[in-house]
Design a protein around this ligand. Structure first.
Ligand code: AR6
Length: 205
């Protein structure tokens, strides 16, 4: 029993990421990992079955980088939804390596999955924490019926994770979910990240 691949020509339909050098790698016989440059707040494939992942912090009340961009694009309802996520201890809504889900509000996707990657130099096991951030994001996406999910390069900004090591962790963890999504995307802001991720995907997939 085979699966039907989407026709090539329609693959990036509706996505402003089109023309940004999207490269596809097979995750399984039915689905792809897609690497592209762009702004993740503009990304969507299907709309209602889509989620983007936000590189948040443990408080989950917004910040700089991709977190700031996601909150600006989603609008103020996102902050309210984040405030409604219960604290697990004072000031912590999402511990490092875990994930929480909210609606997408004004974003083109239906959901935002907020995860917290490790601060590279402060974490006793950054590789395990980053892997958990990807794994728990994908687990939450799967539990919520998401079919298309897009990640930024979690921890690769102010949290200081080296690109090459982060690419290895992200792609190998995504492989654990090879049959669970139609597509998993990496939407990377700059060319350096795009090149590192593409080369790593060639090596690992
Ligand atoms: N689309 C895609 N990628 C982006 C975008 C965007 N619109 N904007 C930035 N990036 P960072 P972290 C890239 O610092 O290292 C926040 O203040 C960026 O170039 O956003 O996990 C949170 O509140 C980089 O490659 O996240 C936390 O306090 C990557 O996204 C803290 O930063 C991640 O960079 C989290 O730090």
């Amino acid at each position: 029993i085979g699966c039907r691949r989407r026709p090539k020509a329609s693959m990036d339909a509706g996505n402003e990421g089109r023309g940004n050098g999207a490269v596809r790698f097979p995750l399984s016989s039915c689905n792809d990992l897609v690497i592209q440059r762009g702004d993740i707040t503009k990304w969507f494939v299907n709309g209602s079955a889509d989620a983007i992942v936000n590189a948040a912090n443990e408080r989950m009340l917004g910040g700089g980088g991709v977190d700031g961009a996601v909150h600006r694009a989603a609008g103020p309802d996102l902050l309210q939804a984040c405030k409604n996520v219960p604290e697990v201890r004072p000031g912590v809504r999402c511990p490092t390596g875990e994930a929480r889900i909210t609606p997408g509000f004004s974003l083109p996707v239906s959901r935002v999955i907020h995860t917290v990657g490790p601060i590279y130099k402060a974490d006793s096991n950054p590789e395990a924490s980053l892997s958990n951030a990807y794994r728990n994001s994908l687990r939450v996406a799967k539990e919520n019926g998401i079919q298309y999910v897009a990640f930024p390069a979690i921890s690769c900004g102010v949290y200081g994770y080296p690109y090459e090591e982060a690419a290895t962790v992200s792609i190998s963890t995504t492989k654990e979910f090879a049959n669970d999504f139609k597509e998993v995307h990496f939407v990377l802001f700059d060319e350096d990240l795009y090149n590192v991720w593409s080369n790593k995907a060639k090596e690992l997939l």
